[in-house]
Ligand binder design. Structure first.
Ligand code: MMA
Ligand code: CA
Length: 256
């Protein structure tokens, strides 16, 4: 060994090699060199192959790891998306239910509001300005208004009936509601009310206001028989109005 690394000539080196591989020819030495080269190359190739295999294995494992990681991520994202879709569907159902419920409640509110307004109106007529009205003796209180009903058997013309009411500080009754109508018809026999034919064939109340709507006329009335029926009466039996000549004599009802 010391000879091979002593810095001598190439031949000496050859000799040195020969010394190391004693018994071999010059030719066989060259072959040995090439074998060594081949073996070296093979080892190098094997090493490279091994390295490549390790790298590939490493990469494959890394890829596998990445795959697993992404598969997991994709699974979680998909699940998250599906959960959100479910939640959205539930919310949409809930929202639609709430809309329906709101419509029902709105309907109920309208009904209750209408009922409240009706009751308020009734309360207003019952209790004008919050004070309970008191009626004079001989008068009847109905829905917080005072009425005078002429005595049984006493009859007058429409004009004289009205005069009687005015002398009592009132006037013939003005009927505005079905309630009031039902109250007035309870009087005796045929009764004058404060409704008369004004100019241009319009029906007017004694306070100067015009009759609005159909009122409570009997079927076929007012028919103005002989063109002389200018005053309205109500009878217990008919429970509705009829136009008759104002000169007829009937009972009457005054309203304060
Ligand atoms: C009477 C009189 C009229 C009324 C009719 C209804 C015949 O006349 O009361 O005013 O319209 O009856 O039939
Ligand atoms: Ca008539």
């Amino acid at each position: 060994m010391s000879v091979a690394f002593s810095g001598k000539s190439r031949e000496d080196e050859g000799d040195g090699w020969n010394l190391m591989t004693s018994g071999r020819t010059h030719n066989s030495g060259w072959r040995s060199k090439s074998s060594v080269c081949l073996i070296g190359a093979a080892v190098a190739c094997l090493g490279l192959l091994l390295l490549t295999m390790i790298l590939v294995a490493k990469n494959t494992s890394a890829i596998n790891q990445w795959d697993t990681k992404y598969e997991k991520l994709i699974y979680e994202l998909t699940k998250g998306r599906d959960d959100l879709r479910d939640e959205r569907d539930q919310l949409m159902i809930h929202s639609s239910n709430l809309t329906k419920e709101m419509e029902i409640l709105r309907g109920q509110y309208d009904t209750v509001a209408a009922s409240r307004d009706k009751l308020q109106a009734k309360l207003d007529t019952l209790n004008v300005n919050g004070t309970d009205k008191s009626c004079l003796q001989g008068w009847i209180k109905f829905n917080n208004k005072c009425y005078y009903i002429s005595a049984h058997g006493v009859t007058k013309t429409w004009e004289n009936s009205r005069k009687d009411c005015q002398e009592r500080g009132a006037d013939l009754v003005i009927i505005t509601t079905r309630d009031e109508m039902d109250f007035v018809k309870r009087s005796y026999g045929v009764t004058w009310i404060g409704l008369f034919r004004g100019k241009e064939d319009t029906w007017k109340w004694v306070d100067g206001t015009e009759l609005k709507g159909r009122g409570f006329w009997q079927d076929g009335e007012p028919n103005n028989v002989d063109g002389e029926e200018n005053c309205a009466e109500v009878s217990r039996s008919a429970a509705a109005w009829n136009d008759v000549p104002c000169s007829r004599k009937f009972s009457w009802v005054c309203e304060d």
